[in-house]
Design a protein around this ligand. Structure first.
Ligand code: KIV
Length: 282
C-alpha cells in the first residue's frame, strides 16, 4: 500500500527535483484508478462542471456538487493527497465565506487542501484560510472562473508586461502564505522563472515542463471530454471510442439475440425446475 503524501513531501520533492504527478478525478472509480496508478495528488476540480455535468464552463458549479464529488473521490483514494477546488462565489464574496466554505471541504469530504483562483486580488482570502489552519493552493495565469474578464480561455503572460503581472501574482500568493501554487496556460519561460523564484512547490497545467509537477484533467487524458481539447493536453487513450463501440456491440447483441447467453442466467436449483413446471401445469 502506498504511503499517503503530505505537504512536507512535496517540499522535499521540489528540493530533490522530483516531479509531482497530479490529475483531476471526480468520482469513486476514477479515484481508485488514480491511486492504483500511483498519482501523488488528485484535484476534484470545478472542471467537473464541464466534464461531468455538461455545463459550458465552471461558473454554475455549486459547493454541494463539489463536496459530493470530493467525498466520492476520498472514498476511492483514501491514501492519496486530495485537493478540493473552491467553486465560483464560494470565496469571492468575503474572507468569512471563504473560510466557511473551505472548512466544509475538510469537515464533510476530508480533503487535504483547497485550491482557489486568483493572485493579488485574493491575498486576504488566502491569509484567512491559512490562519484557519488549512493547506492552501493558489491558482494563477488562466483562471477559468474569471475567463469572461480575461476575454475567454486564453493563455496569459505572453507579453513582457503581462508576464510581469503573472509573476507579481505568484509572489503575492506565496507572501499570503499559500503552501503550493498552480500556474495555468502561461509560457514555459515565465512558469520556469516562477518555479525557480518561489520556495513553495509550483505546478503546471499548460505552463511547460520546468515546474515542480504537472496537472492534467483526467477527462482530457483518457479522451472522454470531447467539447474541445486545449493545446496543452496529451491524450493517452480514447475511452470515448472504446465505450461507444462497446455500447454499439451491446445493442447489436440484444437486437440479434446474442445477449444474454446461458452463462449470464440464474438457473433454478437442482430439481426445482420440474417441480415448478408441474405446479404451473393448467
Ligand atoms: O477545475 C479544474 O480542473 C482546474 C484546472 C483547470 C486547473 O482548476
Amino acid at each position: 500500500m502506498a504511503v499517503k503524501k503530505a505537504i512536507h513531501d512535496f517540499y522535499r520533492m521540489k528540493e530533490a527535483g522530483e516531479k509531482v504527478t497530479w490529475l483531476t478525478a471526480y468520482d469513486f472509480p476514477t479515484a481508485r484508478f488514480a491511486e492504483a496508478a500511483g498519482l501523488d495528488m488528485i484535484l476534484v476540480g470545478d472542471s467537473l462542471g464541464m466534464c461531468v455535468y455538461g455545463y459550458r464552463g465552471t461558473v454554475p458549479v455549486t459547493m454541494d456538487q463539489c463536496i459530493g464529488h470530493c467525498d466520492a473521490v476520498r472514498r476511492g483514494a483514501p491514501d492519496t493527497f486530495v485537493v478540493g477546488d473552491m467553486p465560483f462565489m464560494s470565496y469571492q464574496t468575503s474572507d468569512e465565506d471563504a473560510v466557511r466554505n473551505a472548512g466544509r471541504f475538510l469537515k464533510e469530504a476530508d480533503v487535504d487542501a483547497v485550491k482557489l483562483e486568483g493572485g493579488t486580488r485574493v491575498v486576504s482570502r488566502i491569509r484567512s484560510l491559512v490562519d484557519a489552519g488549512m493547506v492552501v493552493i493558489g491558482h494563477i495565469g488562466l483562471t477559468p472562473q474569471s475567463s469572461g474578464a480575461l476575454g475567454g480561455h486564453k493563455a496569459q503572460g505572453r507579453t513582457a508586461k503581462d508576464a510581469a503581472l503573472v509573476v507579481e501574482d505568484a509572489l503575492a500568493v506565496q507572501r499570503a502564505g499559500a503552501h503550493m501554487l498552480l500556474v495555468e496556460a502561461v509560457p514555459p519561460e515565465v512558469a520556469r522563472y516562477i518555479a525557480q523564484t518561489l520556495t513553495i512547490p509550483v505546478f503546471s497545467i499548460g505552463a511547460g515542463k520546468d515546474c515542480d509537477g504537472q496537472l492534467l484533467i483526467v477527462s482530457d487524458l483518457i479522451g472522454q471530454f470531447q467539447a474541445f481539447t486545449p493545446k496543452f493536453v496529451k491524450k493517452y487513450c480514447d475511452v470515448a471510442s472504446i465505450i461507444t463501440q462497446a455500447m454499439r456491440d451491446y445493442c447489436a447483441d440484444v437486437r440479434e439475440g446474442r445477449f444474454p447467453e446461458d452463462q449470464h442466467c440464474y438457473h433454478m436449483m437442482d430439481g426445482e425446475k420440474e417441480k415448478f413446471l408441474a405446479r404451473m401445469k393448467p
